[in-house]
Write a protein that binds this ligand. Structure first.
Ligand SMILES: Nc1nc2c(ncn2[C@@H]2O[C@H](COP(=O)(O)OP(=O)(O)OP(=O)(O)O)[C@@H](O)[C@H]2O)c(=O)[nH]1
Length: 354
């Protein structure tokens, strides 16, 4: 999951709480009309407005799921309308009874806290207009009860908000770490563990970048260690591995950093020399062959060729017919190079000329 997806998920979560908020407001408005606390002014303009607006927003949300409604504006708007309703009702009921104010306050705080448990801003914006209106209407007469009714959910929501933010931060850190590790694993999956060179997957990935960067003259080298089976058979697999590591390093050191060196198979390597002339490509192949020879890795069972490890190389240009064709040509050249005594280089051009 990317950071973008994470933000989208969070937005989606908030939009869900908005739907719950609208639903509770619509129900509460209906209830105020059908079963009012005091039978005076049961259907007020603001309560009808709350019902209409909540239903309209709710339908809009359900029909157009992609649309993100501004939660803060809606919660504030409905809070103000409820405050208006409280003023009208309060003026119409017996002055001595404060229970209406407390019940109205509790209903608003209940809806706010249920819907916006994870959205402190929306909670405050919704509850503040009603809380201030009630504090003003009560004129301090029942201030402990009013204060308690406001403070309890406010403190609860604030603590919940802090916990949620910590959880979100933790989850986000965890997600970033996982993304980093995924990236590392992805990189590792492109590297041959023994030699540290690219494997075929890594090569493919780098090749795409090279080709995307534009046209140029590229050359493919296929390199194969001579008589490596004999080396393994006589010196053991573990020594064979060491030889492979040293040969890989020699190849890597003999080319430029922009060239792509790949372990193509067991004791076979492939190098893509990028943006290079034919002459320089041939010189580079010769430099690689010489560097491997100069490692002087003892190989007495290579004696038809030398008494140390050697490699043979097939070279072919990468042309419009693609990498597979270039590899096929390089492979043919390598096969011939082996046939001609090993420890040498043959180009695909020389095969065609022959
Ligand atoms: N130690 C070691 N040996 C490997 C590895 N991968 C392949 N090999 C060995 O490389 C040898 C390749 O042998 P062959 O394909 O017969 O070729 P060759 O003996 O090099 O002969 P020519 O290529 O004709 O010169 C086999 O013995 C494989 O076991 C590896 O990762 N480690």
């Amino acid at each position: 999951m990317s950071a973008k997806n994470w933000r989208a998920l969070n937005k989606g979560k908030h939009q869900l709480s908005l739907r719950l908020f609208l639903l509770l407001n619509a129900i509460s408005a209906c209830f105020s009309m059908v079963s009012p606390i005091y039978h005076t002014a049961a259907i007020t303009v603001p309560v009808v407005l709350v019902l209409l607006l909540s239903t309209a927003f709710l339908i809009w949300q359900l029909v157009d799921k992609q649309r993100l409604i501004n939660i803060n504006s809606v919660s504030f708007l409905l809070g103000v309308i409820w405050a208006w309703h409280v003023v009208i009702k309060n003026n119409a009921i017996p002055a001595t009874d404060a229970s209406f104010l407390i019940i109205a306050l509790l209903s608003i705080l209940f809806i706010g806290s249920i819907s916006f448990i994870n959205n402190l801003q929306a909670f405050i914006l919704h509850c503040l207009p009603v809380a201030l209106t009630i504090a003003w209407l009560d004129q301090g007469e029942h201030w402990p009860r009013v204060l308690y009714s406001i403070a309890l959910p406010a403190i609860g929501i604030t603590i919940q908000h802090i916990i949620q933010r910590r959880n979100d931060k933790f989850t986000q850190r965890l997600m970033n770490k996982l993304l980093e590790e995924k990236e590392t694993l992805n990189d590792l999956s492109m590297i041959d563990p023994l030699t540290g060179l690219y494997n075929r997957r890594g090569f493919q990935n780098r090749l795409e970048n090279v080709l995307a960067a534009g046209s140029g003259n590229h050359y493919v080298l296929l390199l194969d260690i001579d008589h490596f089976k004999a080396y393994n058979d006589n010196y053991g697999h573990s020594m064979g591995d060491q030889a492979l590591i040293r040969v890989s390093a020699a190849i890597r050191d003999a080319v430029r950093s922009r060239d792509i060196v790949t372990r193509y198979g067991g004791e076979e390597f492939m190098v893509l020399l990028t943006n290079i002339d034919a002459d320089v490509a041939l010189q580079t192949a010769e430099r690689i062959r010489q560097r491997v020879y100069d490692l002087k890795i003892l190989h007495l069972f290579n004696e038809q060729v030398a008494t140390n490890v050697t490699i043979s190389i097939g070279l072919s240009p990468l042309e419009d017919d693609g990498i597979d064709e270039a590899l096929r040509m390089a492979d043919q050249a390598l096969y011939r190079a082996k046939g001609q005594g090993r420890n040498n280089i043959l180009t695909s051009d020389s095969l065609q000329a022959a």
